[in-house]
Design a protein around this ligand. Structure first.
Ligand code: ADE
Ligand code: ZN
Length: 346
């Protein structure tokens, strides 16, 4: 068994983690108090809060996994709306950004791409660029203090309109706020169906204006969403992508094009995408020659951290230390860090 201290010591990047999924319990409690808000229930653990009935689906259950409470991914996304709604001032935004970098450093992460989806941060509606600047100030301060360096992947929500997506990218392209290096799309594929066509224009503009591209696909939907990410959204990486395993032609395409999958094994199990480690396709993705990175997704509400996720993944699949060193090296190459930073991290 590879211990967590060994994993922490490996120089590595993390490329699939949501800022919204990294708030510590104490940070949420402080934010709530600062805003005079109440938690929806007792706060013994962060998991208690995320799975509270207040975030369950209004009518019928969406049938999420057992570990995620009754609400699964969509209930989890409602929790994120509530939590991020507590961040209202630039100082509060900078503080959660700083805390993220500190959290990454504690896991031995030297560079991280972080997904930020402003639609969850409802106090910043219409002020998304101001949010990006406030977060960037926190990331700057963290880096000056020697903590993990960060690039932001600004994420569109799968359910937002085509026009609002184009507008968001056009605004980013002219404002170029701070640490934003990439455009992303996330949210529940099961609720919206295929969204490749809808976001084609936004991602075409992102590519034309020099933003990197990463797309959530093949998590709560099948291989179709991954094909769309490649063909319609010019994705350079896929977030999750695990269900690509259901389509051999797609696996061949991912391998041939060197598209890496930002796999989050523990998230997949906790959110009920797979019922057991035996069902998880990670070994089959690797056997097909697909590039894979190992990530947490939403470590705080899922009750985990990067070194614990890597350790349990190594244990479940029998990966040796050399394999884990390989994952660490691949994470740096797959990141959107610039060439100088990559060279320094190698
Ligand atoms: N936003 C935060 N976590 C997510 C996930 N696992 N899937 C889709 N959107 C998300
Ligand atoms: Zn994700």
């Amino acid at each position: 068994r590879i211990d967590e201290a060994t994993i922490r010591a490996l120089p590595k990047a993390e490329v699939h983690v949501h800022l919204e999924g990294t708030f510590a319990l104490a940070d949420i409690l402080f934010l709530a108090k600062e805003n005079g808000e109440y938690l929806p229930g007792p706060a013994a653990t962060l998991f208690d809060i995320t799975t509270h009935d207040a975030f369950a689906a209004p009518a019928v259950s969406t049938g999420g996994g057992a570990g995620a409470g009754a609400a699964g991914l969509s209930g989890f996304l409602r929790f994120l709306d509530w939590q991020c709604g507590l961040v209202r001032t630039p100082a509060q935004a900078a503080r959660v950004a700083y805390a993220f970098a500190a959290r990454q450093s504690a896991s031995g992460v030297r560079y991280s791409d972080v997904i930020v989806n402003p639609t969850h941060w409802n106090a910043w509606r219409g002020r998304e660029i101001a949010l990006m600047r406030a977060l960037s100030a926190g990331f700057d301060e963290a880096e000056q203090d020697g903590l993990c360096a960060v690039g932001i992947a600004y994420s569109l929500l799968r359910s937002q309109s085509a026009a609002s997506a184009v507008d968001a990218v056009a605004t980013l392209a002219s404002a170029r706020p701070g640490h934003v290096v990439a455009i992303s799309v996330d949210g529940d594929e099961k609720v919206t169906g295929r969204t490749g066509e809808k976001f084609h224009e936004a991602f075409r503009l992102a590519r034309a204006t020099g933003f990197r591209r990463t797309v959530h696909a093949g998590e709560s939907s099948g291989p179709d969403g991954v094909w769309d990410a490649l063909d319609l959204l010019f994705a350079e990486r896929i977030d999750h992508g695990v269900r690509a395993v259901e389509d051999p032609a797609l696996l061949a395409r991912l391998a041939a094009d060197g598209i890496s999958l930002g796999v989050c094994p523990r998230s997949n199990l906790t959110l009920g995408i797979y019922r057991s480690w035996d069902e998880h396709p990670l070994p089959r993705l690797l056997a097909a020659g697909v590039e894979v990175t190992l990530n947490t997704d939403d470590p705080a509400p899922l009750g985990s951290c990067l070194e614990a996720d890597w350790a349990v993944t190594a244990e479940q699949f029998g990966f040796d230390e050399a394999t884990m060193i390989g994952f660490a090296a691949r994470s740096i190459e797959a990141s959107f860090a610039d060439d100088d930073r990559k060279a320094a991290l190698r």
